[in-house]
Design a binder for this molecule. Structure first.
Ligand code: SAH
Ligand code: SF4
Ligand code: F3S
Length: 463
């Protein structure tokens, strides 16, 4: 890596921002707009941390002086959303030529998209990718000093850089990256191409971060990785995710531990044991199925069969009976027949997920599936999607009410935006509960009696 002094860039950026503050009479504002998954959301906290440290005032509005779009490209509609926002930015920038527009994140790792932005969106000021996120301060400074557009995207990852400031969305919970990238190359998925090879952080570094968060008042952490179950395999001293999870649970002050995402092929018996034994591990497992057809799963390169998946969920349910299982399912993968789709419905009926994210297959340039024959016509896929969604919702609403009448701990997240005097929180299994309460409860765990189920959430009262 070239000589790199982030402190110096930050100091220079702070000076430039301070001059701007004097000229404007107030601090310039910055808004970060996030698309995509929790991994991107965590990256956005780092972007906001840098902006805050540089002296920008945080803003929720795209009218801000600096607007950063942290992009996603997992499905085509994520890309369409960005271009929609850019349309608005174009007209805003005509009125405010000083406005700075920055694009980063997964979509910027695609050379075709960057080329399109270069040609058709000349008003975009800075472009960088996922691998050089930590250069943010430097790139923004370069743009401000030179007045010229800055485009810098690294093709490959270069290790892990840890020391960015981070601005948490809420004081009591935080995501924690435990690994980056993905080596699975599911045949439909672009993530391994835009996030690079799998790298795990050292357990000690993760634990230090969790201890620091706990000292700052965080009580819930979400351990983040594209496939947390393969955590630690690439470390010099290999460790397992189950071991890490146990150690995170032992950190004093941390009350709840969640994690995302689990790949069924790597979910170990050791992890099931830790989930059963450690009370702080939330009673929720997101376990993407993708398809219930073993034939399609093979074409997807998922490396498990329908039977493997069913057996795994049975083992988990036996060990952790009150667990809530949720999933991701893709409809209309190339070559999917009506019979294949019926297999998916069959798994949904048998496992009875509390909820499921359902996606229409979206071909991603450069992935093997995009070049497969027998792409499913949109009409057929749409009709299957509607059937799946109806089933998932019906089962979800039946399952989500199974704790009615019980008293369970709820972590209060916010005041109910629709009902003054009520607050909203989550059960350990991630289901939402609304109940009468004060703002002062936010960020604390209180026992709540679940009076009735409203489909996907409960109405309760303090017990
Ligand atoms: N690493 C996670 C998923 C990350 S992407 C895992 O392996 O489970 C989140 C979800 O997007 C995936 O689970 C999948 O259901 C969906 N997805 C990914 N690529 C897709 C595509 N090309 N078309 C439709 N859905 C897709
Ligand atoms: Fe994509 Fe598969 Fe990696 Fe998940 S495990 S990010 S679906 S390649
Ligand atoms: Fe999207 Fe990148 Fe996440 S493509 S889903 S933001 S890893």
């Amino acid at each position: 890596m070239a000589q790199y002094d982030p402190q110096q860039y930050m100091a220079d950026l702070r000076r430039v921002t301070a001059e701007r503050t004097l000229a404007l009479g107030h601090a310039p504002t910055a808004c970060v707009v996030t698309f995509g998954c929790q991994m991107n959301a965590r990256d956005s906290e780092k972007l906001k941390g840098v902006l805050q440290e540089a002296g920008f005032a945080d803003s929720e509005s795209e009218e801000a002086d600096v607007v950063v779009f942290n992009t996603c490209t997992v499905r085509e509609n994520a890309n369409m959303r960005l271009y929609g926002h850019l349309g608005h930015m174009n007209s805003m920038k005509r009125e405010h030529p000083d406005k700075i527009i920055i694009l980063c994140g997964c979509m910027m790792q695609e050379p075709d998209e960057v080329e399109k932005i270069r040609r058709k969106y000349p008003f975009v000021d800075v472009v960088f990718g996922t691998h050089n996120l930590y250069q943010f301060a430097e790139l923004l400074l370069r743009r401000l000093q030179s007045g010229r557009r800055v485009v810098e995207v690294w093709e490959k990852e270069r290790g892990i850089v840890e020391d960015l400031p981070k601005k948490r969305e809420v004081p009591w919970k935080s995501g924690v990256n435990i690994m980056f990238g993905c080596n699975n190359f599911c045949s439909y998925c672009i993530v391994p191409y835009v996030r690079g090879r799998e790298r795990s952080r050292e357990p000690e570094e993760i634990l230090d971060e969790v201890r620091q968060l706990a000292a700052d008042g965080v009580i819930e952490v979400m351990l983040l990785g594209q496939n947390v179950n393969s955590y630690g395999k690439t470390l010099e001293r290999p460790a397992t995710f189950a071991q890490l999870l146990r150690r995170v649970c032992r950190v004093r002050g941390i009350e709840r531990v969640r994690f995302m995402t689990s790949h069924p092929k790597d979910l170990s018996e050791e992890l099931i044991e830790v989930m059963a034994e450690e009370e702080k591990v939330c009673r929720h497992l997101h376990l993407p199925l993708q398809s219930g057809s073993s034939r399609i799963l093979k074409a997807m390169n998922r490396r498990y069969t329908k039977e493997d998946y069913l057996a795994l969920t049975e083992r988990i349910r036996r060990a952790v009976p009150d667990i809530s299982l949720t999933t991701d399912i893709i409809v209309g993968f190339p070559g999917e027949t009506e019979e294949d789709f019926e297999e998916t419905l069959d798994v949904v009926r048998r496992v009875r997920f509390d909820s499921a994210f359902t996606f229409l297959y979206s071909p991603r340039t450069g992935t093997p599936a995009a070049a497969m024959p027998d792409q499913v016509p949109a009409g057929v896929a749409g009709e299957r999607f509607a059937r799946l969604l109806a089933l998932v919702q019906q089962i979800g609403s039946e399952e989500s009410g199974r704790d009615t009448g019980r008293v369970l701990p709820v972590l209060v997240e916010e005041t109910d935006p629709k009902m003054p005097g009520r607050v909203t929180g989550r059960l350990s299994n991630n289901v939402m509960v609304h109940f009468p309460g004060e703002e002062t409860l936010i960020g604390t765990i209180v026992p709540v009696r679940l009076l009735r189920s409203q489909g996907f959430y409960y109405i309760g009262e303090r017990a």
